[in-house]
Every structure is written in C-alpha cells, then in structure tokens.
Design a protein around this ligand. Structure first.
Ligand SMILES: Cc1cc2nc3c(=O)[nH]c(=O)nc-3n(C[C@H](O)[C@H](O)[C@H](O)COP(=O)(O)OP(=O)(O)OC[C@H]3O[C@@H](n4cnc5c(N)ncnc54)[C@H](O)[C@@H]3O)c2cc1C
Length: 542
C-alpha cells in the first residue's frame, strides 16, 4: 500500500540517491535541510469530526479520510507532509457495481454532498481533494471495487474493464490471451483505467499503442442526471463523439464505471536502443524527422543536455557510466550531449527495420549510437524513478514536473524560455532551481515537452508552497505565451484551471459548463476541478 504522505510503499525505505547527483544538486542549488514531517497520529489527532454519519456504506474512519484527502501534486505533498491538510473528505464510499454508484449519486443528492471520484489518487494537478471554497460535506467515491475484466471480444480486440482496475491488473488479465493495452504511464502501477480516461492520460509508449483517447472505445458513465452508455463503434459519423466529452472530464460529468478499450497482440519484440546527439537544436531536428518518418516506433524520448547530464549523475559512477563518458569524449560528441531513447515494439523484422531507419536519421544529424544499455536501464527503472521524490524530500529538496505540447516551429523558443524561467524563477527569494526537460512524446506536427525542476524545501511549508506557486505560475505563463497547451497529459484539475479559458475560449468553456449543468444539475461532481469553482457556479458567477 502506498504510504499516506508520499509515493513509495508504506514501511519501504526511499532509494539511495547517487552521491554524484547529490553533489550536483548541492553545487547547483545548495545543500538541502529536510523539514520535520507530521506523523499520521498527529494528523489524526487534529482532524475535525466528519459532517456525515457512518451509514449506507460510508466510511468515516479518520485514517481512511486522510488517505483520500489528496493526490500526488507537490501542493498535495506539502499539505500531507506538514499535516496542514485544510479540508479532508467527510466520508469514503466504495461501490462495487454501476447500480451501487447510482445509489451513491442519490445519497449525495439527498445529503447535499459533493462527490469526488477517486481512482488511484495519482492526480498531479489537484484533481482529488475537497474544494476549499465549498461548504457542503464531501464524499470520496473510491473505485477500488469496480475492477476486473468484465468481457473480452477477442475477434474485435475489445476488452471491458471495471473503471477502477489498476494498470498491472489490466495487463495481467490480457496477458494470458496474448493481448496488451500497452498504456503505460509512469504512474501505471498505481493508477486506474478510469482515471486514465478521465484525465486523457498518455502512456510512455503512446506513440505506438496510442494515447488513451485512441484506446478508449466506449463504456458507461453514471451521471447524476442518468446513465450514459457509449457503444464501442470502430468509427462513426453519427454526430459529435460523446466519448470525447467523457475523456478529460475529470469527474465533473459523472463516474465512469466501465471502460471498453481497444487491445492488440502483445508485441513479440521490444527494443530500446539509444543514441547521443551533440547539440540540442540538431537533436530536435532529428526527433522531428523521426516523428515525420512515421516509423512503427512506440517511444521517442529526447533529453536536453542538462537532463542528459543529470541522468548520468543519477546513474552513479559504475563501470558502464564511466565507459559511456569515455566513449563520448573519444567520439567528440558535443558540445552538449543529448540522450535519445527510442522504443520499437512489434515483429522482429519490423523492429529491426525501424531501428535501422532511426539510426540513419540520427547519423544525418551528427549523432552516434551508444547501444542498448541505457534503454535496458530505462526499462528496468521506468516505474521506480518517481520513488526519488521521497528520497529527495528526505534530503530537503522538492521535485516537481510540468508538461505541455506545442508545434515543432515553436518548440525551440518555448523550451529555452521555459528552462530559463524555471531556473531563475526563485531569484527574487534568493533560491536557485535545477531544471531540465525532455521531449516525451513526438507527433508529426509537434512534440510534448516534459520539464522537471528541483528546489530546496523551506523550513516553513507555506514558504515551500509559495516557491512552488511562483515557479508554476511563471512556467504556465510561458507555456501559454508560446502557444503550448496547458497540459499534454496530466489534465487540468485545480492547478491548470486558470489557464484553460485561454485555450478553450470563453464560449468553449461555456459549452463545457453547460454540459456539466445538464449531466449534474446540482453541481455535486468534483467541484473546483476543471471548471471554475462550485461556489462561483452555484451563485451564477462564471
Ligand atoms: C509519479 C507519477 C507519474 C505520472 N506519470 C504519468 C504519465 O506518464 N502519463 C500521464 O498521463 N499521467 C501521469 N501521471 C498523472 C496521473 O497518474 C494520471 O493523471 C492518471 O491518469 C490518474 O489516474 P488515477 O487512477 O490515479 O486517477 P485519480 O488521480 O484518482 O483521478 C484523476 C481525476 O480523474 C477523476 N476520476 C478518476 N477515476 C474516475 C472515474 N472512474 N470516473 C470519473 N472520474 C474519475 C478524478 O476525480 C480526478 O479528477 C503521473 C502521476 C504521478 C504521481
């Protein structure tokens, strides 16, 4: 079970951070001083009574309420670690069927409560917390019993899963049939299929397997106004696609209870070769050419020079890393090496062909192959990297990520501006920031840009939150100014809501509010997320 105030398992030790990485951080941003975390006992002791009674399957157990109070954003972490949680849900309920969900919607209406759908609770945008401005009691609807493979049509490649099914359970159910969904976000082990749909998530290998919006074929949404069944047509010209309304609805339109997804044969071979290119502009050109070549690849991941240096520092000083450094010096790769990882999944011949073609594109841009070892290391540790958040926190550092997608023509300026903005975002308060990024998903017309930034925790959690807010606001302004989307994969939640109007336009946002009002007339679903806060909506202010 995930620890109540972090990412790693309860009782597990955070991984050791390589000494080279600690030295790098100390040199870049100064030594960290870990703050004292609140204990679970202290938070339980300070918890107010629930506004709801222990009835109709509602759990008002204090620990249960605390465990469902927040997601995984940095503000969530600051609240959990400091014990300053603000509001905590009044109750948790665990439906096992769509019928149970209908009963809960009715109960919520009768009690005048707000309902918060909760999958894996891995939201990094403030998607699963009670609205601070909403004075109604709040009930978390945990989907952990809405699980399992409910149907498999192997002929059509369609699998029906309970929306609360976790990533590993999805693949475990499909594996014996030689099938895969192939949707592997970095949070895969702890996030759910319903959560992926509700947030329009992207898997690490979405280039080959498709983003969740391509995989989501249909399902069932239980909205306060009624049930919406989405049939899994292979394609349809019957008016606007209602699936697109459910995708990214972040719990505002109802609770997804069943998801029908498109599954395919498990690839026979998976190769993750790697290359290094000598400078960022040429590396970006190479990534663009690879994306345009429309090869059967499942991932193209290009790190900036700073991310490449950080990755090497994190990898430690083992023989492999020393040999790689020596090889890069020998080949005179520079001045600023950029690591390129490419995954190809499928039949042997196709994979071989794709890798060969990538190699020739990279060589045209001055890059050199460095073999399969970085790729194998990436495959081994792909789901463990987030454990570093716990480790760095205990060294006194906060680490957070943000992401966008933008046209190729605007990417170089956006990337440069974003890096500068993050690195200097705390100059005013005399703090430095270590920031680096990579292209995580490439498309023929543009790319995502995924930035990671590390800064020191302050002794006062409010001060740490203020540092985060300065960085987040400044970075979001840069993203919007350069024409990027406010989110390529994490969704909107609370943290990106402010920037949504710029992207959707007031009319577009109004349409979404009207849909919400039609499906949820009492505005009980996940208030404060995606659209303006519940109080504004109920008072007619938009
Ligand atoms: C370490 C880490 C790595 C991550 N890596 C990735 C990544 O690679 N790609 C990516 O896209 N995202 C990533 N994320 C973000 C997050 O994992 C995704 O947004 C994920 O899709 C959320 O799924 P969940 O089951 O945890 O949903 P939750 O966090 O529980 O909920 C997310 C939102 O969806 C709503 N919701 C959940 N279930 C339902 C349902 N059944 N019906 C209606 N609404 C529902 C919630 O109310 C909330 O608004 C990462 C997060 C972390 C912490």
């Amino acid at each position: 079970m995930r620890r109540w105030n972090g990412w790693i398992d309860e009782g597990a030790e955070p991984p050791a951070v390589a000494s080279g990485a600690v030295r790098l951080l100390e040199a870049e941003i100064g030594p960290g001083a870990p703050p004292r975390d609140a204990t679970l006992g202290e938070v339980v002791a300070s918890l107010g009574a629930s506004a709801l009674a222990d009835e109709a399957g509602l759990s008002i157990d204090p620990v249960d309420r605390i465990r469902h109070a927040r997601g995984q954003s940095l503000p969530d972490w600051i609240a959990l670690r400091s014990g300053r949680l603000g509001r905590v849900p009044d109750a948790i309920v665990r439906p096992a069927t769509s019928g149970d969900v209908r009963g809960i919607l009715e109960l919520g209406r009768r009690r005048g409560a707000a309902l918060i759908p909760f999958g894996g609770g891995t939201s990094v945008v403030g998607g699963v917390m009670p609205d601070l401005d909403d004075d109604r009691p709040s009930i978390v609807v945990a989907t952990e019993l809405l699980t399992g493979l409910h149907g498999l049509d192997e002929t059509s490649g369609l699998a029906t899963f309970g929306a609360g099914t976790l990533g590993p359970d999805v693949e475990a159910a499909l594996g014996p049939h030689g099938l895969t969904l192939g949707h592997l976000p970095q949070s895969w082990e702890r996030s759910t299929i319903g959560g992926w749909v509700a947030t329009r998530s992207a898997g690490q290998q979405s280039l080959g397997f498709g983003r969740i919006e391509e995989l989501f074929a249909g399902g069932r949404l239980e909205a306060p106004a009624g049930s919406m069944v989405l049939p899994p047509h292979p394609a349809s010209a019957a008016g606007p696609d209602l699936r697109q309304l459910v995708l990214g609805s972040e719990g505002r339109f109802g609770i997804l209870t069943e998801t029908i997804v498109r599954v395919g044969p498990k690839p026979r071979v998976e190769a993750v070769p790697s290359w290094v290119l000598g400078e960022w502009p040429r590396a970006v050109d190479a990534a663009r050419d690879i994306a345009r070549a429309r090869l059967p690849l499942s991932m193209v991941r290009l790190s900036t020079p700073i991310e490449t240096a950080t990755t090497l520092a994190l990898a430690g000083e083992g023989r492999g890393v020393r040999a790689l450094r020596a090889y890069l010096r020998f080949r005179r790769v520079g001045p600023e090496p950029c690591l390129l990882l490419v995954a190809a999944s499928g039949d042997e011949k196709l994979v071989e062909l794709a890798v060969r073609e990538v190699g020739s594109i990279v060589r045209r841009h001055g890059g050199t192959g460095i073999g399969g070892s970085p790729g194998r290391q990436w495959l081994r540790s792909r789901f463990q990297v987030p454990d570093l958040r716990d480790a760095l926190w205990e060294l006194g550092y906060a680490i957070d990520t943000l992401e966008t997608a933008v046209d190729w023509s605007r990417l170089p300026d956006l990337a440069a501006d974003l890096g500068r903005t993050l690195r200097h975002g705390l100059d005013d308060v005399g703090e430095r920031v270590h920031a680096f990024s990579h292209l995580s998903h490439v498309y023929p017309s543009g790319s995502s840009l995924y930035a990671t930034y590390v800064f020191r925790l302050a002794a006062d959690p409010d001060e740490t939150l203020d540092r985060w807010r300065r960085l987040k606001d400044a970075a979001s302004e840069v993203i919007v100014r350069h024409g990027g989307t406010i989110s390529h994969q994490h969704g909107v939640g609370r943290d990106h809501r402010r920037w949504l109007a710029g992207e959707k336009g007031e009319l577009g946002l109004g349409v979404l509010r009207d849909v919400s009002a039609r499906l949820d007339p009492d505005r009980m679903m996940n208030p404060g997320v995606l659209l303006t806060d519940a109080r504004d909506e109920r008072s007619g202010r938009r």
